[in-house]
Design a protein around this ligand. Structure first.
Ligand SMILES: [Zn+2]
Length: 208
């Protein structure tokens, strides 16, 4: 339902990069254009997210390498008849969880790769608080999963392909940097985005 639109565009982004919400309804926030050659693109300039965060946190593996592991998981999912999406969680330099989408085999709508990986990570470290965690996932998290990142107090979220229809880390919403919520996380987009989206499009092409 469309409501009054006055002020939505002008009131959304403050001068210091802090978004000013308050003007309902939610509107589509434009993402920065996808990076063409550079596989990394910290959403910061327009998304109200810090840009001075190190790209690879304090772990030895780069985001590029970690996305490689997430891509391996995604391929496994594809081989099992699942939509090929994979995720890994890194804490203090260690990969503590790696999972892929299992929605078909579990018939559970919450079986998204990053949700399963975050749950595994919490179990592995014995804490629901994952402030030092980086979640790396091949597709931009949905609202459910981005909400989970907030609830788990995740430090960083790195994703590959953007989800313009479902994405809640920049495309439709940016739940990682909404000052009304009790936690914000750094979002890094477009890491190996071409490989991530190619995997998805060839999977769906194969279904036709
Ligand atoms: Zn999700």
């Amino acid at each position: 339902m469309d409501g009054p639109r006055e002020g939505c565009e002008s009131g959304r982004i403050g001068t210091l990069g802090k978004r000013v919400w308050g003007n309902s309804p939610w509107v589509r926030i434009p993402l920065p254009p996808p990076a063409s050659t550079d596989e990394r693109n910290v959403i910061g300039d327009r998304m109200g997210v810090a840009t001075d965060t190190p790209e690879s946190s304090d772990h030895g593996l780069s985001d590029f390498d970690l996305m490689g592991l997430a891509l391996e998981e995604a391929r496994l999912a594809g081989e099992q008849g699942e939509v090929p999406i994979g995720a890994v969680v890194v804490i203090d330099g260690k990969v503590v969880a790696r999972r892929h989408n299992e929605r078909e085999q579990s018939q559970d709508p919450t079986s998204h790769a990053e949700l399963l990986a975050v749950r595994d990570a919490a179990a592995a470290v014995g804490s629901w608080r994952l402030e030092n965690a980086t979640v790396v996932v091949t597709l931009e998290p949905c609202a459910m999963c981005a909400g989970l990142m907030v609830n788990a107090r995740v430090g960083r979220v790195v994703f590959g392909a953007r989800s313009y229809e479902n994405g809640a880390c920049g495309s439709l919403y940016q739940l990682g940097s909404d000052p009304r919520l009790n936690h914000e996380f750094v979002t890094v987009a477009d890491v190996r985005a071409d490989e991530c989206s190619e995997l998805l499009s060839s999977y769906f092409a194969g279904l036709r």
